[in-house]
Write a protein that binds this ligand. Structure first.
Ligand code: NZQ
Ligand code: ZN
Length: 386
């Protein structure tokens, strides 16, 4: 394994009625709470009333920022920052999925500086010296944002969706009650599962391919997601399936399975550019990009793709070349995404081939898990996805 430093301060409360711990957590912070949520699912599902009641019993003053949209935008962040500064907010409580949590992280960073949050943190990637504390009540298993320090925000007028990571942005606590996910529409279950798988892939397909626990942990997450998605889709109140998917998604991006690995993340960068132009769900974009990225880079790590095909998809290697085995495994990923109802082509989400060059120019490429990609490589990957 490569050398690494691991740090994660987020306290997790997992399981039915985990919300019983909210009052204790609120007791650790001052009086002023900013309750942040999305377009109304928490109101419909009843969670809003529960949270408000607990805050009331704890004697808290609650301010609100609502209507946080999927692929959260800078305007919402400024709204939250203003409330935090005006009311001297002591804790921002994010109730929702990754978009609400990410937006709250940006608010938390911006609330403690006079500088512009977007330019300072998301563009210049300057260190965040202080942030308003964050608490999370998770309603959608997907991003892992409930137990990591990353945040992704979009500046829509520039078609730029970009991320920022800082230790200040780990939630102090996250409440993970799988029953809160019973109300998810099927497409969000699917996108969440694809995102979880994609996080495992980003870490798994990267050097070193030595014998290491991180890769076995990634395989466990991948296999567990695959064996639970259809159960959750068939029976929304299947607690076991919901709890597995919830912990899988947290594990896939709380940095544990990336320990000792270089990690790739270029498929994510490509997806962020797609969402930055077309506002598509993150999981939908990943289902389109990932199999095509895999085919494009497979020669860099053929042995890894052979292991993946055999261990995850049960590909029988007999009489086949390594490349044939690898390609069969990659095809299995794409077939699987299609079978659960995820889009696998740009056409399906309304992205025309003519925009590919423009989109590729916006991709913020990483060093890659094995070797860097160029913008020209991105164009080829996206062309294959039409
Ligand atoms: O807005 P509401 O009404 O709450 O509805 C939401 C939203 O429309 C709905 N929803 C959430 N929980 C629900 C529910 N509907 C019914 N019942 C529930 N229990 O689901 C819709 C999508 O929510 P969103 O938060 O956008 O989804 P997700 O959790 O997939 O977050 C996606 C965002 O996270 C970023 C993505 O790029 C995207 O912007 N990511 C964040 C990461 C991180 N911080 O580490 C890593 C990821 O790779 C990703 O980039
Ligand atoms: Zn993701």
């Amino acid at each position: 394994m490569q050398k690494f430093t691991f740090y994660n301060p987020t306290r997790i409360y997992f399981g039915k009625n985990a919300i019983d711990n909210l009052a204790t957590e609120l007791g650790k912070f001052g009086n002023n709470i900013l309750l942040a949520y999305g377009g109304g699912s928490i109101i419909k599902g009843g969670l809003y009333d529960i949270v408000k009641a607990i805050c009331g019993r704890c004697g808290k003053t609650v301010y609100e920022v609502s209507g946080i949209m999927p692929n959260p935008r800078t305007e919402k962040v400024y709204e939250g920052i203003e409330i935090c500064k005006k009311h001297d907010v002591d804790l921002i409580l994010a109730v929702g999925g990754g978009s609400v949590i990410d937006c709250v992280k940006a608010m938390a960073a911006g609330a403690k500086t006079d500088k512009d949050f977007w330019q300072t943190f998301y563009r210049n990637k300057e260190k965040c010296e202080a942030a308003t504390p964050i608490g999370v009540i998770l309603t959608l298993p997907a991003t892992g944002s409930e137990m990591n320090s990353g945040s992704v925000v979009t500046k829509w007028d520039e078609n730029l969706k970009t991320d920022y990571t800082d230790d200040c942005l780990y939630p102090h606590f996250s409440i993970l009650d799988p029953t809160y996910t019973y109300t998810l529409p099927a497409n969000q279950i699917i996108y969440g599962a694809v995102d979880t798988l994609a996080h495992a892939f980003e870490q798994y397909f990267s050097a070193p391919d030595d014998d290491n626990p991180s890769d076995y942990l990634a395989e466990a997450v991948i296999l567990n997601v695959i064996s639970n998605v259809e159960k959750a889709l068939a029976c929304p109140t299947d607690y076991e399936a919901r709890s597995n998917l919830m912990w899988d998604s947290t594990m896939a991006l709380n940095r544990v399975i990336g320990c000792g690995k270089r990690q790739d993340w270029n498929s994510h960068m490509i997806e962020h550019a797609l969402s930055g132009f077309y506002d598509i769900p993150h999981g939908a974009g990943l289902a389109i990009v990932f199999p095509n990225w895999m085919r494009y880079v497979r020669h860099l790590c053929l042995g890894r793709f052979v292991r993946f095909a055999e261990r995850i998809w049960g590909v029988n290697p007999k009489g086949k070349t390594d490349d044939e085995i690898a390609l069969e495994g990659i095809q299995a990923v794409q077939d699987y995404f299609r079978s659960i109802g995820a889009p696998t082509t740009l056409t399906e989400v309304g992205i025309p081939a003519e925009r590919i060059e423009e989109i590729a120019a916006k991709v913020e490429l990483t060093e890659g898990g094995y070797q860097p990609l160029t913008q020209k490589d991105v164009v080829e990957i996206l062309k294959a996805a039409v």
